[in-house]
Design a binder for this molecule. Structure first.
Ligand SMILES: CC(C)(COP(=O)(O)OP(=O)(O)OC[C@H]1O[C@@H](n2cnc3c(N)ncnc32)[C@H](O)[C@@H]1OP(=O)(O)O)[C@@H](O)C(=O)NCCC(=O)NCCS
Length: 192
């Protein structure tokens, strides 16, 4: 059996599951999750999990208020185009009809094939446990392997948590040109 990895940086245990991008994660309080690529069958779980989010979390992630995820929206989010998208979900290690998704990170490659946009959410009391940092680090790893030159994210300019996380991973902040209150955080991954 492979010994669990607990690094100094992350206050949780990670156990590789023998499939690409799949790990079991156990938090310091004993809660267990599976981190794995998003799959189309996650759509109903995404809808149930969305109901747990606060309006503020939704606004920070989607940039505008959304009351519920429609089946169509959930299906769109859960269906990943392997040619240009990547998404990981952190799902509770429980029976499928009970399990909720606690966090998601996703990357979508722009049409130019050079840049890619990320988006991330860590819900509720899973925050401030370095999960956001770990998920975004995995997204950076995927983008780097994919040859992406620049990874960027669009962030509300009062989103201190996301701006702090991005800064801590070496993203630089670029103010919006249109005064929309949305800033771009950018990180160069591969040389020109
Ligand atoms: C932004 C978000 C993903 C951070 O996730 P998280 O798991 O709580 O973050 P982590 O615990 O990994 O924190 C890593 C670093 O980010 C920064 N950070 C995280 N939360 C912060 C906060 N509330 N205030 C200031 N800095 C914060 C800190 O530098 C932190 O490092 P530290 O704990 O060593 O100080 C989470 O708050 C979230 O999902 N917010 C709502 C959705 C959203 O804003 N998405 C971004 C749109 S792209």
């Amino acid at each position: 059996m492979i010994p669990p990895r607990r690094t100094r940086r992350y206050p949780f245990t990670r156990l590789p599951l023998g499939r690409a991008w799949c790990e079991a994660i156990e938090l310091a309080d004993g809660r267990r999750f599976i981190l794995r690529p998003m799959q189309p069958s996650d759509a109903p779980t995404l809808r149930r999990s969305f109901l747990q989010l606060t309006p503020e979390e939704v606004r920070m992630r989607f940039m505008h208020p959304i009351k519920e995820l429609t089946p169509q929206h959930a299906s769109k989010l859960a269906t990943i185009d392997p040619e240009r998208e990547f998404a990981l979900v952190l799902v509770e290690a429980k029976p499928p009809d009970e399990a909720l998704i606690g966090a998601v990170v996703r990357v979508a490659v722009d049409n130019d094939g050079q840049q890619a946009e990320f988006a991330i959410i860590v819900g509720g009391d899973l925050k401030r446990q370095q999960l956001g940092r770990y998920l975004l680090t995995r997204a950076i790893e995927w983008a780097r392997k994919r040859g992406i030159a620049v990874l960027y994210g669009l962030v509300l300019d009062n989103n201190e948590a996301m701006l702090g996380l991005a800064r801590s991973l070496g993203f630089t902040r670029h103010p919006s040109r249109d005064g929309s209150g949305v800033v771009e955080v950018r990180k160069r991954l591969n040389p020109r």
